[in-house]
Design a protein around this ligand. Sequence first.
Ligand SMILES: [Mn+2]
Length: 306
Amino acid sequence: MEPLCASKPGKSVLVFPPGSSRSLKSDSLLVSALARYVVGDVQGCHAELRALLQRCNFDPASDRLWLVGDLVNRGPDSLQTLRLVRDLGDAAVAVLGNHDLYLLKVACSSAATRKRHDTLQQVLDAPDRAELMAWLRTRPLMHVEDGYAMVHAGLLPCWTVARARELAAEVEAVLAGPRYINFLEHLWGNQPDAWRDDLQGAARLRVIVNAMTRMRFCSVDGRMEFDNNGPPDKAPPDHLPWYAHPQRRSADTTVLFGHWSALGLRMEARHIALDTGCVWGERLTAVRLEDRMVFQVPAGKMRPFA
Ligand SMILES: [Mn+2]
């Protein structure tokens, strides 16, 4: 068995659990010093993100920060949040959320498309706006590593993790490419509401993005529903949370996701939900993947420079 962090063997160390009598040769004791912290929806809550990193003793030289998306909007400081995560470089993996895509759309289209209550103006006015937008539109839609799949909202039941990763790559290529403005202009909408392999063009990309960044409930036959954001026991008739679908083909993998603050923190064998409503005055949550240790800070009470 390889160390968990096989790509960086220099980071790996031998760790003996307390009371262990196993020998140095027992390769199951090889674990990585690298810790991965997966963080729920930040939504511009920059002070809370900083406080959470302090609470985790996060070290960008040896740890990794995974973010489930929606770095921006609704909260007080989207600009500093973007800068903080961007400046972490390879120490951070942030997948795109619906609010991140909305920011990209707003940044490249006319003011007429703005929603009245967004809090994105400080980003749009920033001197480093162009660099930040270039960074944001080259973030992944899905991250797969070491038995985990991270996505902002969910995966359609008919997708294996490998298939979903291929489909995410289709979106990522367009978003990072020269036709991304056209893509964003045609992205919004709720139809089609189900996947078909023969979907083409904007409709195909819209289904991929809607599932990965907006879905909460789906029907048994895999149709997405976008009107309800309540708790899972308030599913619309004949619908269920996407992760609870009995034929979910990604169920061999633990899916990490946010987007659904009514779920709160849920840690199950094959899914971890991380949106604990910081922007709604609740808390910001990180889970350390190596041991599922939970770290939380309350909203608005940990501002280091308040
Ligand atoms: Mn969201």
